[in-house]
Write a protein of this length. Structure first.
Length: 164
């Protein structure tokens, strides 16, 4: 099974954040768009992608109608260490058992899903993809009525694609 694709309904979930507070897909997406970034702290591409996750989060975090959440496949302690190492402040859910990751068809990380308030996946991306990250930013900006932020500009030293 491959990661769920655009047009697919996102499976509902109930996951705890790093402080132990439970969140559901329905709750997180009810006001608009939700971008989830599934990752594992030991994954090289996830480490490489951390600054881009943070840039996405910072670009739109103050906007009503959008939320960015990491979904860590590790413990709270390891996830906090990862966030500290990359100076990242985006909120995180924990999928330590990988049950939710399996429901979303993950075979590699990072895998991102942009989900609308009805639970429909608008974009999915496996690994680091400059064009996918920027396309998701364009979709978010269009939804919010704002100018898109380029998450990974050409010439920033990142490859166009880095598999997970």
């Amino acid at each position: 099974m491959a990661a769920l694709e655009a047009g697919t309904r996102a499976p509902d979930f109930s996951l705890s954040d790093i402080k132990g507070v439970k969140h559901t897909l329905t709750e997180l997406s009810r006001d608009g768009l939700l971008l989830t970034a599934f990752f594992k702290v030991s994954c090289g591409t996830c480490k490489f992608s951390a600054p881009y996750f943070e840039k996405f989060y910072q670009a739109y975090k103050e906007r009503k109608g959008f939320q960015f959440w990491g979904v860590s496949q590790d413990t709270a302690e390891d996830t906090i260490a990862y966030l500290n190492e990359y100076n990242a402040s985006f909120p995180n859910l924990l999928d330590e058992t990988h049950w939710i990751s399996a429901d979303y068809g993950l075979t590699n990380v990072p895998t991102l899903f942009l989900i609308d308030r009805e639970g429909k996946i608008l974009h999915s991306c496996v690994g680091f993809s400059r064009s996918d990250f920027n396309a998701m930013s364009e979709t978010v900006a269009r939804f919010l009525g704002e100018t898109p932020v380029v998450i990974s500009p050409a010439g920033d030293g990142a490859p166009d694609l880095r598999p997970g």
